[in-house]
Design a protein around this ligand. Structure first.
Ligand code: CP3
Length: 356
């Protein structure tokens, strides 16, 4: 496979993988590819192994996490694994009463309304998430030359779940708190930044090769509000990991925020399908790589359409300082996994090039 081929031309190990090299804007033998939500309901082997285990509990069983994380690597031959977990796992470890409800998402028992609610979110240590530390160590041993991506939710996206009490289309309660009580808002995001940074450091110390900070819902904000209410907190998280491993910063509907999300301290900025990668690169600048950006719904199109879109994105990515192929958001559960496997092979074929 890929790892063996890389191994012939340069020292092996995940730090020298195509994925990590692309994140660092170094030359690569082919464009690396992985998929957000590659581990999950699109795979029958995932549905089978998860059949009688609630989502949060599955995240706390290192052997199960290891198996689920490896499933898409085996099946698709992707260039990176992403730890099977969820953005609310560290928040639950910090003492917040929440659950992940199938078909809905995270639901919080007592939404954040006052300073006392923020005080109840405890800082976390390795011992609070020892199952993540263990899972990462097991995975690093199993994966060999394939890099493992760690991740966490960014303060805004986590705050949205905590303030709304669950998923929201408008983020109205979140914005009402942000505008109406900026002091409480910043106290909440400050605490969430602590939790997120601790959670990511546990993963880095256990051996992940890169991290992705998911600010999935930041696109709900104007650039001015993003800079005032969110950027300082995400900057503290990403800045706390400087010189550790490559940092990917991702959100949906963030066309107007791409520059600011790069400034937060990312090495790679995730781009959804709405912004072509050449436009994104102009907004982000020459000193960062990009990740993306096939529309997950294109995977439901006839193969010639998929092929044309993959070709366009690989070509546009060639002009970027570095490109990691991905979807513009997560794999939808109805996706045919065989299409994902074909996309991986196609990206590798279209992008194959000799290394200088
Ligand atoms: O393969 C991977 O990408 C790693 C696994 C992963 C999960 N959640 C597993 C999961 C990752 C990276 C996440 C991050 C996550 N969780 C985000 C950021 C990424 C994004 O999609 O924008 C967000 C917003 C969440 C919150 C969340 N958790 C949602 C919206 C849902 C879906 C609810 C549903 O049932 O439709 C979850 C649950 C969840 N997290 C599932 C998985 C595989 C589905 C639960 C199941 O399989 O039973």
């Amino acid at each position: 496979g890929t790892a063996a081929r890389d191994g012939q031309t340069r020292p092996g190990g995940p730090a020298h993988s195509s994925f990590v090299r692309a994140c660092r804007r170094e030359p690569v033998p082919h464009t690396p590819v992985w998929f957000m939500r590659q581990a999950g309901r699109s795979l029958p082997e995932y549905r089978e192994i998860r059949a009688n285990v609630p989502m949060l509990e599955s995240c706390r069983r290192p052997e199960l996490v290891t198996e689920i994380t490896l499933q898409p690597v085996r099946r698709h031959g992707v260039d990176a694994a992403i730890l099977f977990s969820d953005i609310v796992v560290p928040v639950a470890a910090a003492g917040v009463d929440l659950d992940i409800v199938p078909g809905t998402g995270p639901v919080v028992a007592e939404p954040v309304r006052a300073a006392a609610d923020v005080d109840r979110i405890r800082p976390i240590t390795r011992d609070d998430v020892s199952y993540v530390d263990e899972a990462v160590r097991l995975l690093v041993a199993e994966l060999g030359d394939t890099p493992l991506i760690g991740f966490a939710g960014a303060p805004f996206t986590l705050a949205s779940y905590l303030v709304e009490g669950g998923p929201s289309r408008t983020h109205a309660k979140t914005k009402a708190l942000m505008y109406g009580d900026p002091e409480l808002w910043h106290a909440l995001c400050d605490r969430l930044a602590d939790v997120t940074l601790s959670f990511l450091r546990v993963q880095v110390d256990a051996g992940v090769s890169a991290v992705q900070l998911f600010d999935s819902w930041a696109g709900a904000l104007s650039e001015a509000d993003y800079r005032r209410y969110v950027l300082p907190h995400s900057t503290r998280v990403l800045g706390g990991l400087a010189d550790a491993v490559p940092r990917i910063h991702f959100g949906v509907g963030t066309a107007e925020l791409l520059g600011a999300m790069g400034e937060a301290g990312a090495d790679v900025v995730g781009v959804d399908w709405r912004t072509p990668l050449d436009v994104a690169t102009r907004r982000i600048g020459p000193d960062k790589a990009v990740q993306g950006n096939l529309d997950p719904c294109v995977l439901f199109a006839p193969w010639p359409v998929v092929e044309a879109e993959v070709r366009r994105i690989v070509d546009q990515g060639r002009a970027a300082p570095g490109h990691v192929f991905n979807l513009g958001h997560g794999v939808l559960p109805e996706t045919d996994p065989d299409v994902l496997t074909r996309v991986v092979a196609l990206v590798h074929e279209l992008s194959a090039r000799p290394v200088e």
